[in-house]
Design a binder for this molecule. Structure first.
Ligand code: URP
Ligand code: ZN
Ligand code: ZN
Ligand code: ZN
Length: 466
């Protein structure tokens, strides 16, 4: 027959349009979009459902070493399976350069971990942790050319932070080679100062994590990162923005004509610092950086989503187990908040949360939902138009959303390898019940029909530099 698969009668949504149409798929690609298509091995009737590009989560941590005695819950198998059930067809995890490690070795290690394991397609970001002259002068430009076109740098964490000078040198490489730099904006010296103060007061429970990483700590670093990008004359992405003041730094920078992209995450729309309180160190479940703030800042993050300051909505999936010696409650973690590993699981809940609380409440147009969860990720990180849209010639990566499904979130129903979800008990309307990856139906009405290893590594193109 002319098609391998037809998806008909659904409300097809792209970042700019919505229309009822049939999609014809052959050899893994979208080959036709029309009123009525015929002749396929399989036809899916998507009447009453949204047919959207598969999600692209450009901020997930999988199998990333976290220091002695601590282990990330998800490997590439469980992490990408969980992503798939949440409607994603591509994820972008980080490859963390160890100090002294050549970048080729870093990448080889993560490729080995991912090989044969993935349920979604995968593209990689590099975390630059040791920006020596050799790394910046030779290794990095070659790798950017080779399909590793995005980097993350940290202004916080003792063992990860770069100095302003190192960040500037890294940004300069990005300017010359067209890489996209993501910056984690929190002021490490200010955090140190606040941690020491809290420890002296005997204030060491999980809630202190949020107090020692205050809005001012994030706002100052956001302002500084933007200034460094302005000085280096290169676009950057400010990742995981948690509040209105940091958001306003981005707004002001854009008004000055700078190309700054903002990212926020579901935890900043739905959780608060008060969640870090709770019996028996339960608050550890919500420890992530930046921390969730309060209801006012949740609203500020919603406003950033609505007014376009945020172009990316990512999970920052960074899963640890709660009841596990190697997880959140490691022996030291139970004595002082600063030993609790930072990060929470969320790759499966990212899109359902925004769909339920944004699209179905009328706050977020379906087109904007697609832009925030797929199209803008592909554009920002060099995967567009192969990924992130429904168009002729694009990969047939599609999620079919049923707005009639209602679920109460239970970790037992999710597919990650953590042992909790920070969203336990949340009421969710709408779910991506069928997922197509490269033309193959890999989740069929909620049932896994795909297999481990179906996901492929994808190179990401650098920005054009003039
Ligand atoms: O707490 C968090 N977000 N952990 C993940 C690492 C990062 O900074 O994104
Ligand atoms: Zn970060
Ligand atoms: Zn305090
Ligand atoms: Zn992260």
């Amino acid at each position: 027959s002319s098609f391998d698969l037809i998806i008909e009668n659904g409300m097809v949504v792209t970042a700019s349009d919505r229309f009822i149409a049939s999609i014809g798929i052959r050899d893994g690609k979208i080959v036709q979009i029309g009123d009525k298509l015929e002749g396929a091995d399989r036809v899916i009737d998507a009447r009453g459902r949204y047919v959207m590009p598969g999600g692209i989560d450009s901020h997930v941590h999988i199998s990333q070493p976290q220091g002695p005695g601590i282990e990330m819950a998800d490997d590439f198998e469980s992490g990408t399976l969980s992503a798939l059930f949440g409607g994603n067809t591509t994820v972008l995890p980080f490859c963390l350069q160890e100090r002294g490690q050549p970048l080729r070795e870093t990448l080889k290690a993560y490729h080995d971990l991912a090989e044969g394991k993935c349920y979604t397609d995968v593209s990689f970001h590099l975390i630059i942790n040791d920006p020596t002259d050799a790394v910046l002068g030779q290794d990095l430009p070659a790798l950017i050319e080779d399909g590793y076109s995005s980097l993350k740098v940290f202004m916080t964490y003792e063992d990860l932070r770069l100095s302003d000078g190192e960040i500037l040198k890294t940004l300069d490489v990005a300017r010359k080679s067209g890489a996209t730099v993501m910056i984690h904006c929190e002021n490490e010296d200010a955090i140190r100062f606040l941690i020491d103060k809290h420890e002296l007061e005997g204030n060491v429970a999980p809630r202190a994590h949020a107090s020692t990483r205050s809005v001012a700590v994030e706002r100052e670093a956001t302002h500084r990162a933007i200034s460094l990008a302005e000085i280096a004359e290169v676009p950057i992405v400010i990742v995981h923005v948690s509040n209105g003041e940091a958001r306003d730094e981005i707004t002001r920078a854009r008004q000055r004509g700078l190309k700054i992209t903002g990212e926020t995450c579901p935890q900043y729309l739905t959780l608060t610092a008060d969640d870090l309180e709770g019996m028996d160190w339960e608050g550890a479940k919500f420890v992530c950086s930046p921390p969730p703030r309060d209801e006012k800042e949740q609203e500020e993050c919603w406003i950033g989503i609505e007014n376009g300051t945020f172009d990316l909505f990512s999970s920052d999936h960074c899963p640890f187990r709660y009841n596990d010696e190697r997880g959140k409650l490691n022996p030291k973690g139970k004595t002082n908040f600063r030993h609790i590993p930072n990060g929470i699981p969320g790759v499966e809940m990212r899109m359902p949360i925004l769909f339920s609380k944004g699209v179905l409440t009328g706050r977020v147009e379906p087109e904007r939902f697609v832009a925030l969860t797929a199209t803008n990720h592909a554009k920002t990180y060099g995967l567009y138009p192969q990924k992130g849209t429904i168009a002729i010639g694009s990969d047939a990566d599609i999620a079919i959303w049923d707005p009639e499904v209602s679920r109460t979130v239970r970790h037992a129903d999710l597919h990650d390898a953590s042992d909790y979800t920070p969203y336990e008990g949340m009421e969710i309307n709408g779910w991506p019940t069928t997922v197509v990856l490269g033309g193959k139906v890999v989740i069929d009405e909620g049932k896994l029909t795909g297999e481990k290893g179906q996901g492929q590594y994808r190179k990401a193109a650098a920005r054009k530099v003039s």
